[in-house]
Design a protein around this ligand. Sequence first.
Ligand SMILES: [Zn+2]
Ligand SMILES: [Zn+2]
Length: 270
Amino acid sequence: MLCHFFAELDLTEPHLQINSLGCPECRPKYRQVLKDFLKSRIDKLCDDCRRRIDTNPLRALDCKAAGCKEATEGAPSVLDYLCHDCNDHFAKTRCHLESVGTSYSINTRMVRGLDYYTRTTFELVTGLLGSQSAVAAGGRYDGLISDLGGPSLPGIGFAMGVERVALLLAEKDFRKRPDFFIAALGETAQAEAFRLMSGLQQKGRSVEMDFAGKSLKSQMRRADKFNAHFTLILGEDELVKGSAALKNMDSGTQTDVRLDVDVLCKAVAS
Ligand SMILES: [Zn+2]
Ligand SMILES: [Zn+2]
């Protein structure tokens, strides 16, 4: 669902990373192995990681401190300690992703500090926002509902950083060619241009116009800048006769069209 979401936004970043944290049966074994590993190089760990070595050793794997990064290089992988069922579950998860063509990488250092996480964890990670950063992160919460006092029900969830998504979108050029630019000369023509713009927008057309009362020449320059498909040129004479020149900005041809929203829509569609 998240990958589809980013594809819908037409973003090639972020990339999917997955890992499995096992279950209450196999994770304690891994924790113990990791704890022993960390204790063997405790002098390289930061104060936080030393403090939580007994309570939350997994966190050392995603600690940002340089010493911890170095110390945990070559740390035992959680995937080597999965029980049979967790191993099977992770293999099936990978199969499903592959069957729908979702590319991913496995990041065995992706951990969670909370015990209700079980098995699959995932992150959507990008390198476009400085250092590798997660844009969205989540996983299975099979233990959460029962932790909260409810029945034993599986669950999944994720959190997404809206600002980070916005930053990724800002890297892209979203400017689409407007269907129309309306160049209007004089106040009455501007009022009519505004009325037409609103009507066209309600029909799903994108429209730009000038609100500053610029000269025709400068408005035509703006139409070029917007790269509009069509430009409608409105002056006092056009208002009187109820029609105006519609210029196809690609071919340069002009046709006289009635100042009517439906007629204008049809002219663009043909
Ligand atoms: Zn397990
Ligand atoms: Zn640390």
